[in-house]
Ligand binder design. Structure first.
Ligand SMILES: NC(=O)c1ccc[n+]([C@@H]2O[C@H](COP(=O)([O-])OP(=O)(O)OC[C@H]3O[C@@H](n4cnc5c(N)ncnc54)[C@H](OP(=O)(O)O)[C@@H]3O)[C@@H](O)[C@H]2O)c1
Length: 260
């Protein structure tokens, strides 16, 4: 298949890395940054192209531009799109709905996806919405090397964006804070960062593998009157849970605003 990428910034190039792993596809790249394109061509054996050519020739197009540019770019390629109506378009633009995309593209050829940056190392959490089962199957095949992929009703995509799309930043803030506290208590930055990040990784893996509620797993770490419960109480008093929920809800509000 010919797969085109329009916009190869942070997210577009992370998706490219996952999609290219199968080694089965012809890849076409379009972005403003010539140096980045030259680098990607060497890394992934693709071809430098442009938006018109991709819209006219590709079987699948990943749209990796910022949400406010989607209308502009799709207006520019409208004629090329009409000559290649069987192409499937996959948009990663936060907050941009299938209905909005269908103003420019065939409605039955659309996938709205919400990836996150760990896709680049095969540990992403990607959600997607589409109205057609064949688009869902194609999308899951293309993303097979990206991490976990889950289809959702479109009405839940903004909520998914606020958790999984924005979530890595929230988790990095947590790892940063843990690392700083370790340094404050005498650990080197490198050791503290290793301890904090492996603890997050292992704890997340425990939740996924056991399927148990995080509160239940937390109880297994907190012996009565011990040091862990003292830390958990301090977190609660400092508003950690409320701050985390506020972060997700602020991200959700902003996602909805961006899609307007
Ligand atoms: N970053 C994340 O964690 C994340 C997570 C989930 C979803 N997303 C979504 O992914 C999309 C891209 O976000 P990003 O963070 O990757 O942004 P980004 O790093 O700014 O990447 C966008 C790229 O598109 C290029 N571009 C702009 N206009 C173009 C055009 N007309 N034709 C071809 N390329 C063009 C930009 O080049 P210039 O900068 O030179 O203009 C830039 O390299 C957004 O819609 C965002 O909502 C991002």
């Amino acid at each position: 298949m010919k797969i085109g990428f329009i916009g190869l910034g942070n997210m577009g190039s992370a998706i490219l890395r996952a999609v290219a792993k199968s080694g089965q596809h012809e890849l076409l790249f379009s972005d403003h940054n010539a140096d980045k394109l030259a680098e990607l061509v060497v890394l992934y054996k693709g071809k430098i192209s442009n938006n018109q050519e991709i819209a006219a020739q590709a079987d699948v197009v990943f749209l990796g531009i910022k949400p406010h540019l989607v209308g502009l770019v799709l207006t520019e390629v409208k004629e090329a799109v009409s000559k290649n109506p069987s192409a499937v378009w996959i948009s990663m633009a936060a907050g941009v709905s299938l209905e909005q995309l269908a103003q420019f593209l065939p409605a039955d050829k659309l996938v709205r996806m919400m990836p996150n940056t760990p896709v680049a190392i095969g540990q992403g959490m990607t959600t997607f919405a589409t109205s057609k089962a064949e688009n869902a199957q194609l999308f899951q095949e293309l993303m097979a090397h990206s991490g976990q992929v889950k289809q959702l009703p479109e009405g839940l995509m903004d909520a998914a964006t606020a958790i999984a799309g924005c979530g890595p930043a929230f988790v990095y803030e947590f790892i940063h804070a843990m690392t700083s506290a370790g340094v404050q208590n005498g650990l080197s930055v490198a050791d503290s960062q290793l301890l904090a990040s492996q603890t997050v990784l292992g704890s997340a893996q425990m939740v996924l593998e056991t399927g148990q509620h995080p509160a239940h797993l937390r109880d297994q770490v907190t012996s009565p009157g011990g040091s862990t419960i003292a830390g958990v109480v301090a977190m609660t008093q400092a508003g950690f849970q409320a701050a985390t929920m506020e972060a997700v809800n602020a991200a959700l509000d902003k996602t909805r605003e961006l899609g307007k």
